[in-house]
Write a protein that binds this ligand. Structure first.
Ligand code: NAG
Ligand code: NAG
Length: 376
C-alpha cells in the first residue's frame, strides 16, 4: 500500500514543471490503459497519454487560488495533524474512512468544495444541506470537528474546514488501500449552506444509468470518470432502505430486480429482513467480496458488478449501458486495477477542485458546523 503523499517538497518542485508525480507506478505507463481502452473517445481528458502523472495544467484541476502547501508558512503542521488524526480515528473506527470520503463528495457536489455541507442550521432558521434528504445518512461530522479542534489548538483561525475535509478524504482513501493523490489547499469556507440545491444534484442510490451519468456530467465528469468515482462504493456500509425495494418489490413487480444475481438476493435479504419498513438489523457492508474474503478499496467492485452483485441500483446500472466498457476494463485483473486506481485518483483531483472559494471570499470557520458570525 502506498503511504501518504510526501508533503510539500516533491509537489512544490514538480509544480514548476506542471506535472506532479506522486509515485503512482512511475514505470507503468499509460500503455496499460491504452491497450485496455476499448476506444479513445472520452479518454485522457486531462492528460491521458501520461496517466502516471498528475497534470494541473487544466483549470478544472487547478483552480485559481489553490496551491500546494498553502499553510506551509501559516500552519506548517496542518497536513500532518490532519493525517495523524484521521489515522487515529480510523484505528478507533474503520468506518470513518468511507464516511469522510462520502462527506467530501457531498460537499463538493453542492456549490463546490466549500465545507457548506458541514454547517448546522443557522440560528435564524436557515436550513442546511445536511438536513436535505440525500444527506440524512451522512456521517463523519464529529470526525471533522475532532480534526479541526486539533488544528485550531495549533493554528487558531487559520486552516479552513474545506481544506481539512479535502485532506481527510484523501488520507482516508490511503488508509483503506486506495491510491494517493496530491491535494491542493487554500480553500475557504462558505458562509452559507445550500439546502435547496441538494435535491436532484446528488446522484441517487437508486438512479438509472442515465440519471447517474447526467448528475456527474453536470459537474463536469466524463462517463469514464463517473465509473471510476463510483469505485468508492467498494468500501463503506449502506443502509437497508437504500436497496430494500430491489430485493423484495422492484418497481412494483413484487419480485426482485432481475439484474441482481439470485445468490446475491439471498445475501442481501439476510442482512435486510422483509418485515415492515424497518432499516434491517445492520447496515450492509458495502465491501464487495472476492473469493469469500473481505477486501478493501479496489476494482473488485467492478468484477462484482459484472456478476450482477451490485448492491445499489446505481452501481448495477453501470453495466446497463455503454459504461459497461469501463466496468470491464477496471475488472480485467491486475492491469485493470492499475488503470482504475489512476483514473480514480485523477477523478478525485478533479472533484477536489470543484468551485472552491479562495482568496478573500468566504471565511475560515472555527467550528466546522458554525459560521464565524454564529459563534459569538
Ligand atoms: C428512487 O426512490 C425514490 C424514493 O423511494 C423514488 O421516489 C424514486 O422514484 C426512485 N427513482 C427511481 C429512478 O426509481
Ligand atoms: C434527519 C434529518 O435531517 N431529516 C430531514 C431530512 O430532509 C428532509 C427533507 O428532505 C426533512 O424532512 C427531514 O426532517
Amino acid at each position: 500500500m502506498l503511504g501518504p503523499l510526501p508533503r510539500g517538497t516533491i509537489c512544490l518542485l514538480a509544480v514548476s514543471i506542471v506535472l506532479c508525480s506522486v509515485g503512482l507506478r512511475p514505470d507503468a505507463t499509460g500503455s496499460a490503459a491504452a491497450e485496455l481502452s476499448p476506444d479513445d473517445d472520452d479518454y485522457g481528458e486531462d492528460g491521458g497519454d501520461d496517466s502516471s502523472s498528475f497534470s494541473f495544467a487544466f483549470p478544472e484541476t487547478r483552480p485559481r487560488g489553490l496551491v500546494f502547501g498553502f499553510y506551509d508558512d501559516t500552519c506548517p503542521d496542518a497536513e500532518e495533524i490532519v493525517s495523524s488524526t484521521v489515522r487515529k480515528l480510523y484505528h478507533a473506527d474503520p468506518n470513518v474512512a468511507a464516511a469522510l470520503v462520502r462527506l467530501f463528495f457531498h460537499d463538493c457536489f453542492i456549490h463546490g468544495c466549500d465545507a457548506s455541507v458541514l454547517l448546522d442550521d443557522g440560528a435564524d432558521g436557515r436550513r442546511s444541506e445536511r438536513d436535505a434528504g440525500p444527506n440524512q445518512s451522512l456521517r463523519g461530522f464529529d470526525a471533522i470537528e475532532a480534526i479541526k479542534r486539533r488544528v485550531e489548538a495549533k493554528c487558531p483561525g487559520t486552516v479552513s474546514c474545506a481544506d481539512i475535509l479535502a485532506l481527510a478524504a484523501r488520507d482516508s482513501l490511503v488508509l483503506v488501500g486506495g491510491p494517493t493523490y496530491p491535494v491542493l489547499t487554500g480553500r475557504r469556507d462558505s458562509d452559507q449552506s445550500f439546502f435547496n440545491d441538494v435535491g436532484g444534484n446528488i446522484p441517487a442510490p437508486n438512479a438509472t444509468y442515465a440519471m447517474t451519468l447526467e448528475a456527474f456530467a453536470r459537474r463536469g465528469f466524463t462517463d469514464r470518470e463517473t465509473v471510476a468515482l463510483l469505485g468508492a462504493h467498494s468500501i463503506g456500509k449502506v443502509r437497508c432502505r437504500f436497496f430494500r425495494d430491489r430485493i423484495y418489490n422492484f418497481a412494483g413487480t413484487g419480485a426482485p430486480d432481475d439484474s441482481i444475481d439470485p445468490d446475491m438476493v439471498g445475501e442481501m435479504r439476510a442482512v435486510c429482513g422483509g418485515d415492515g419498513d424497518g432499516d434491517g438489523a445492520a447496515p450492509m457492508e458495502m465491501v464487495y467480496y472476492r473469493q469469500g474474503r473481505e477486501v478493501g478499496f479496489g476494482a473488485h467492485y467492478y468484477a462484482e458488478l459484472l456478476e450482477g452483485r451490485g448492491i445499489l441500483r446505481a452501481d448495477q446500472q453501470l453495466t446497463a449501458g455503454s459504461t459497461v466498457r469501463w466496468v470491464r476494463v477496471y475488472a480485467s485483473g491486475a492491469r485493470g486495477e492499475k488503470v482504475f486506481r489512476e483514473d480514480f485518483a485523477h477523478a478525485m483531483v478533479k472533484l477536489s477542485a470543484l468551485a472552491p472559494l479562495t482568496g478573500s471570499d468566504g471565511q475560515v470557520r472555527i467550528s466546522c458546523s458554525k459560521r464565524v458570525d454564529d459563534n459569538t
